[in-house]
Write a protein that binds this ligand. Structure first.
Ligand code: NAD
Length: 252
């Protein structure tokens, strides 16, 4: 399959979970991929896709790291034309009990990290064009009281996606910017969240909030990322694609 043939992609948080599935699907579609992650396990993916994946240690909240990662990918593969801002984190807490530290940590990784990725992508792709895909969350559209900081950070990602798309359009930059809102997906992040709820019935409670009451798979999110990054989505920008098993519309 060659829907992303000759394309060069940056995928943040690509060492595991949804990001990992995106890397695998992008490679299968012909792309060369830089995996930017602060988990050194990401290096193992290089061996699995020889010559097609480059791992670079990257903390998405550090502009210095971003510069190093983008220099590395340009040197090895060339100028990226796909940016997937997937790296994310979460903390459980309501507005009453979320600490300053937790709020700043979640906003820093999810909102500021995605902002840095969008800013670099817009500058890099201004002449040559490309696609930005931001991984937000269904919680960015329907906040959860016990995920106060996380929900707010993902709402920020959705708003940023639209302002980035507007900026590109208003300035004639051939760059599309879209977001995906996953529902509950089987990944290490989700497993940690369920443990945090400290409830044996937590899984059923969480998946029961969707129309399709099962965990989504990382592959299902990755398929949507391939679509939005590819030319099949050439008339789509500023959009939010829900891949959430119907979470957003349930019990509205
Ligand atoms: N799993 C879900 O149910 C779900 C639902 C909605 C949205 N999401 C979003 O999807 C994205 C991926 O989530 P996941 O479930 O695969 O998470 P995960 O924890 O399984 O993987 C996240 C990856 O991001 C990396 N990462 C974390 N902080 C980073 C940083 N500062 N710099 C660089 N890399 C960093 C981690 O090392 C890890 O490899 C996140 O943005 C998350 O908010 C997940």
């Amino acid at each position: 399959m060659t829907r992303l043939a000759s394309r060069i992609a940056v995928v943040t948080g690509g060492a595991r979970g949804i990001g990992r599935a995106i890397v695998d699907r992008f490679v299968a579609e012909g792309a060369l991929v830089l995996v930017g992650d602060l988990d050194p396990d990401g290096r193992e993916i290089e061996a699995e896709h020889p010559g097609r994946v480059l791992y670079q240690w990257l903390d998405v909240t550090s502009d210095t790291d971003w510069r190093a990662a983008l220099t590395a990918v340009e040197k090895v593969f060339g100028r990226p034309d796909i940016m997937v801002n997937n790296a994310g984190t979460s903390r459980t807490g309501t507005v009453a009990d979320t600490s300053d530290v937790d709020w700043r940590f979640v906003m820093n990784v999810n909102a500021f990290g995605t902002f840095l990725g969008c800013r670099h992508a817009v500058r890099l792709m201004a002449n040559t064009g490309g696609a930005i895909v931001n991984i937000a969350s269904a919680r960015g559209q329907r906040p959860g009281s016990t995920q106060c900081a996380y929900s707010a950070s993902k709402a920020a990602v959705l708003n940023l996606t639209e302002s980035t798309a507007l900026h590109c359009g208003e300035n004639g930059l051939p760059i599309r910017c879209n977001a995906i809102c996953p529902g509950v997906v089987e990944t290490p992040l989700m497993r940690r969240h369920l443990e945090g709820l400290n409830d044996a019935a937590a899984l059923a409670t969480v998946t029961g909030k969707q129309v399709i009451s099962r965990l989504g798979t990382p592959r299902e999110i990755a398929d949507a990322a391939v679509f939005l990054a590819s030319n099949e989505a050439s008339f789509i920008t500023g959009a939010t694609l829900s891949v959430d098993g119907g979470f957003r519309i349930r019990d509205l």
